[in-house]
Write a protein that binds this ligand. Sequence first.
Ligand code: DX5
Ligand code: ZN
Length: 223
Amino acid sequence: MADIKLAPSILSADFARLGEHVAEVTDAGADMIHVDIMDGHFVPALTWGPRTVEAIRRWTHLPLDVHMMVENPERHVDSFVDAGADIVTVHFEACVQLHWTVDRIRSRGARAGVAISPGTSVAAIDEALPWLDQVLVMSVNPGLPGQKFITSSPQKIARVRELLRQRGSEAVVEVDGGVNADTAPLVAQAGAKVVVAGSAVFDYPDGIEAAVRLLKERLGAGT
Ligand code: DX5
Ligand code: ZN
């Protein structure tokens, strides 16, 4: 369990109190802060840009895990790294020049990830695996918090893990979408090393601290 990181997604936080919520999950024992960037094109919703990343950077010492649900992300990766992102993940489906983009993120000093939506096959990213620090397996269709976990996701995580092993890659597998106390052990068991949770953290009836404690416990139960 100790090596599985919990990354609360601030998409479910109060946008008018983002700083306080970032500080609160940090104090509660989160390992990273997951920041969902949506452009109104790749997904219908709109969220934030680099200035928000820069602002929340001042509220936590934790790594900022920026998930870009954005078309042509190569246009924006520099500004997110400059704003303080530690990990920048772009979607396979949204990125025309994936090698260039990953290379750019890394050369600017951040770690690079590629996300695959539920309809994208693991084989699609085979060529890219040696360049990556992280592979993000979406366990819901990107765009909204609070959706239902797609039950075949643990098998997909396991397939990515196996492919990484075959390619001799050290990249970690992250999972995002529908993770709660029931699904956390399943993704842990499948080999996810970074686990994102939005509504299960910020909408938990007993509060953020209790939610982080419960999720970390459940991630431990799966390993
Ligand atoms: C969905 C986002 C997720 C989302 C997760 O498109 O990428 O990070 O906030 O929310 P939950 O954990 O509620 O599914
Ligand atoms: Zn996300």
